[in-house]
Design a protein around this ligand. Structure first.
Ligand code: GTP
Ligand code: MG
Length: 211
């Protein structure tokens, strides 16, 4: 996809703070520090659009970025960050769950995992929850520049088998090389085209949504 414009719109701390333009949205979720914000920046080609940091737990709100004046990328707070207090963690979680459940214009979720490690319990829990809710999702393994090329297929297989998905459905990505960018954009393009607003979405109610 050709990105002609990308701009930060707002950060929401609750459902009242969400933009109300009705434009479609694609959300990015994953453990803290996995590379969600970096992936967004790399996809749109603007290094400083979403704030990135080597300190985990940086993204603490739902951050909305308007792309090509036609859809939003939503950078979600990361999960599994131990240094955030218990109360804060449960408030993040409540907010993110409410958003994922209630947002009619949400077309799907990009679930991001660190390609160096097998999926963790929190990743598996998110994937099961998404299946249960019937929200389309695609899985991206990032930081692949830190994995030897000869081990890429093994990383893909390992993630696929833990998550119960077909190996070819796991996309490989690196922000430093930009490898996998085309494939991730393709997956996002499909989500935006195929999935009608929630309630009329074609696959509503089906369990096979992590495509
Ligand atoms: P939180 O907002 O804290 O949950 O983190 P995040 O998931 O948004 O991660 P972020 O994009 O801030 O990246 C975390 C760290 O990983 C930063 O130091 C990035 O430079 C680094 N990083 C992200 N993606 C890649 C990648 O593909 N390769 C390498 N080598 N480093 C990456
Ligand atoms: Mg972030």
């Amino acid at each position: 996809m050709k990105v002609s414009s990308a701009r930060y719109v707002t950060s929401a701390v609750d459902l009242q703070g969400l933009p109300n333009s009705g434009l479609p949205e694609v959300a990015f979720a994953g453990r803290s520090n996995v590379g969600k914000s970096s992936l967004i920046n790399c996809l749109v080609g603007v290094k400083t659009l979403s704030y990135t940091s080597s300190t985990p737990g940086r993204t603490r709100c739902l951050n909305f970025y308007l792309i090509n004046s036609s859809f939003y990328f939503v950078d979600l707070p990361g999960y599994g960050y131990a240094k955030v207090s218990k109360e804060m963690r449960s408030s993040f979680r409540g907010m993110v769950e409410s958003y994922l459940c209630a947002r009619r214009q949400l077309r799907g979720l990009v679930m991001i995992l660190d390609g160096r490690h097998p999926p963790m319990a929190s990743d598996l829990a998110l994937k099961d929850w998404l299946m249960h809710k019937g929200l389309p999702c695609r899985v991206v393994l990032t930081k692949m520049d830190k994995v030897r090329k000869g081990e890429w297929v093994e990383s893909q297989k390992r993630a696929a088998s833990s998550l119960g998905l077909d190996k070819d459905k796991i996309l490989l990505f690196s922000t430093t090389s930009g490898s996998g960018k085309k494939e991730v954009w393709q997956a996002i393009g499909h989500m935006l085209q195929e999935n009608e607003v929630r309630g009329t979405r074609k696959d509503e109610g089906r369990a096979t949504v992590c495509r």
